[in-house]
Ligand binder design. Sequence first.
Ligand SMILES: [Zn+2]
Length: 79
Amino acid sequence: VSREYRVSKGRYLETLEAQGGVCAICCRGPAEALECDHCHKTEKVRALLCHSCNKGLGFFQDDPALLRVAALYIEQRSR
Ligand SMILES: [Zn+2]
């Protein structure tokens, strides 16, 4: 997760169009606010995310297991 745009503008626009101009997670984020989500190990761009989703992943240390637990937690507590 990084705010830096390490991809070219062309690559950015290409990715943006491929995911319909919205955030890859919530599908709500405005296109101009989308940030490049990087895999920390490979530095490869995973997708374009809105600020909230990008930061959200960062808060959970990009850990899928932790994110699943968090999702379960919310589902169980919402009943
Ligand atoms: Zn989002």
